[in-house]
Design a protein around this ligand. Structure first.
Ligand SMILES: *[C@@H]1O[C@H](CO)[C@@H](O)[C@H](O)[C@H]1NC(C)=O
Ligand SMILES: *[C@@H]1O[C@H](CO)[C@@H](O)[C@H](O)[C@H]1NC(C)=O
Ligand SMILES: *[C@@H]1O[C@H](CO)[C@@H](O)[C@H](O)[C@H]1NC(C)=O
Ligand SMILES: *[C@@H]1O[C@H](CO)[C@@H](O)[C@H](O)[C@H]1NC(C)=O
Ligand SMILES: *[C@@H]1O[C@H](CO)[C@@H](O)[C@H](O)[C@H]1NC(C)=O
Ligand SMILES: *[C@@H]1O[C@H](CO)[C@@H](O)[C@H](O)[C@H]1NC(C)=O
Ligand SMILES: *[C@@H]1O[C@H](CO)[C@@H](O)[C@H](O)[C@H]1NC(C)=O
Length: 467
């Protein structure tokens, strides 16, 4: 049977529904965020990609210079949680606890703001790239084609998308097939494929480019998964986070316990899990009923916990932070010098870097798909003191987040990218003079006394509009 509603009735029903929706905070939920508050900024490295603010550095195109090379170190995008206790395992444990309490006591758990738990289902998996992640990567590939690809490959006016005829040197000689790299971890590899689809368009996979897939794991050298080269040295961040988490969940634990049965015994780990559901369900389903349970301050603290953890795992707070980025930096420098690498005492695997088929050094554009830790390690190896909190590391024995520059939603959100631009400038050019837009990329290969400049751009594709 088909029910036909008159549009008027549907509309008034909808209006009634909207009027009934809670509009401000009650004692039950802590939501009712201020207008400027964007909850997705409070998820650190689980935040969706957003252009960063430029970190205070002016944007623009150095006038008269050639954009001669672009090197992109790219993070995979939205994924299911990983197995660690503070991530996937904690959420699975909460789910099991809820289910077994319900069946043992023949009740449905959760009243007041937690009433949604009656219909809630655990829908998350483990580790793999989500559909939202495929979109993030394809968008990035398309944006990088538009802003960089068409310039370094000198696409003629009117050409919309990649064409294989572009793969030539300025003198017309054909170049080798462009080669990109990824690890073999599903989320990284799938991210690479979607990024390449965005950059080249569909249908070019077998003809226009190669993808070198380097295995990652314990005992394996891989500059794109470098923590495996220093196993066991990632503890600083873990300790800091273990100190901070109980402080961070103190208030929500007290508040939310009231809506569980007395003997449910809501724990610190349960509350952390409930917070984690927000970003992960958002990435999986587009929204989450858990988000509103927590206040603005609690999301700032949630982000701080992840910042703290990764700061101590792969950044200035870690004894191996720089070591995790040095492999990629040596590769970047080898590409700049157009040299293969035949020996190394870092995370480099020379079996790959010793051959131009797997480590080409004459491309105008490179893309390596990796993890957040490698991007963080690389900015640390570069010595970008802007992100250095100070000699004692970020404090963990505090009740709330402290002000800091190292914020993962800006440094390494899902789909993050660290771009090294090489600008070749004639003697008379000044890199201080910036144009808004690059319309034509000059060919300065026959110009004498040029200087090459490198500019690192982190999560800010837009050259002109500071946000
Ligand atoms: C569980 O509760 C429902 C409704 O309250 C009731 O109908 C059912 O008989 C109960 N089952 C057991 C095993 O007690
Ligand atoms: C064209 O330029 C490339 C790169 O500079 C060079 O390797 C090649 O030999 C040149 N080809 C001709 C025909 O000059
Ligand atoms: C690409 O190559 C693979 C393996 O050779 C083949 O299975 C696939 O059909 C090819 N795809 C296209 C689009 O040609
Ligand atoms: C280097 O790569 C080769 C080819 O994948 C692999 O067989 C070898 O185990 C790797 N070595 C290290 C130390 O990762
Ligand atoms: C690198 O390749 C060169 C030439 O193919 C070879 O002579 C050398 O032994 C290789 N070195 C390593 C470490 O694989
Ligand atoms: C792997 O890394 C170790 C330590 O840096 C290095 O000694 C070894 O030669 C590397 N292996 C390969 C195949 O590159
Ligand atoms: C944590 O901070 C409190 C108050 O500032 C202090 O009393 C306590 O000793 C500190 N604990 C540790 C382990 O540093």
């Amino acid at each position: 049977m088909v029910h036909l509603f008159s549009p008027q009735i549907v509309l008034s029903a909808l209006l009634a529904f909207i009027r009934d929706a809670p509009s401000s905070s009650s004692s039950a939920t802590s939501a009712g965020y201020s207008l400027h508050f964007d909850i997705t900024n409070g998820w650190a490295n689980l935040s969706p990609y957003k252009e960063a603010d430029g970190f205070g550095v002016p944007k623009g195109v150095p006038r008269g210079c050639e954009l001669s090379q672009v090197h992109i170190l790219h993070r995979h995008a939205e994924r299911y949680p990983e197995s660690s206790w503070f991530d996937g395992e904690g959420m699975e444990t909460f789910n099991r606890k809820l289910k077994s309490y319900s069946s043992e006591h023949n009740v449905s758990v959760g009243i007041g703001p937690l009433a949604f738990l009656k219909n809630w289902k655990y829908l998350l998996g483990r580790d793999i790239l989500l559909a939202t992640g495929t979109a993030t990567e394809a968008v990035s590939g398309a944006e990088i084609w538009s802003k960089y690809g068409r310039m370094v490959y000198r696409a003629p006016p009117g050409m919309a998308v990649w064409d294989p005829e572009l793969n030539v040197y300025p003198n017309g000689t054909r170049r080798a097939t462009p080669t990109f790299r990824s690890t073999n971890k599903q989320r990284v590899l799938e991210s690479a494929k979607w990024w390449l689809t965005g950059f080249f368009g569909p249908g070019h996979g077998n003809t226009s480019y190669n993808l070198v897939v380097i295995p990652e794991g314990n005992g394996l050298n891989n500059t794109l998964a470098a923590e495996h080269s220093c196993p066991g040295d990632l503890k600083e961040g873990t300790h800091a986070s273990e100190t901070f988490v109980p402080r961070m969940v103190k208030d929500p634990l007290a508040r939310l316990s009231k809506y569980f049965p007395d003997d449910f015994d809501l724990t610190t780990s349960d509350v952390l899990a409930m917070m984690n559901f927000c970003p992960y369900e958002y990435a999986t389903l587009g929204s989450s009923s858990f988000c509103d349970l927590f206040s603005e301050q609690e999301w700032l603290d949630f982000a701080y916990n992840l910042d703290l953890r990764l700061y101590g795992t792969s950044a200035f707070g870690s004894p191996t932070g720089r070591a995790q980025g040095i492999g990629y930096l040596l590769e970047l420098s080898a590409r700049l010098e157009r040299k293969l690498i035949d020996s190394s005492d870092t995370s480099i695997n020379t079996t790959y870097d010793n051959h131009s088929a797997t480590f080409p050094v004459h491309q105008p554009l490179y893309m390596d798909m990796t993890h957040d830790k490698v991007i963080i390690g690389t900015i640390t190896a570069l010595g970008l003191q802007y992100f250095n909190y100070g000699p004692k590391g970020m404090p963990s024995n505090v009740s709330h987040a402290v002000p800091r520059k190292f914020q993962l939603n800006k440094v390494a959100p899902f789909g993050a990218r660290l771009i090294s631009e090489i600008w070749t400038c004639p003697e008379e050019a000044s890199i201080e003079v910036l144009d808004k837009t690059l319309y034509a990329n000059p060919d300065l290969s026959d110009t004498k006394s040029t200087t090459d400049f490198i500019r690192f751009v982190l999560n800010a594709l837009d050259w002109t509009c500071p946000r």
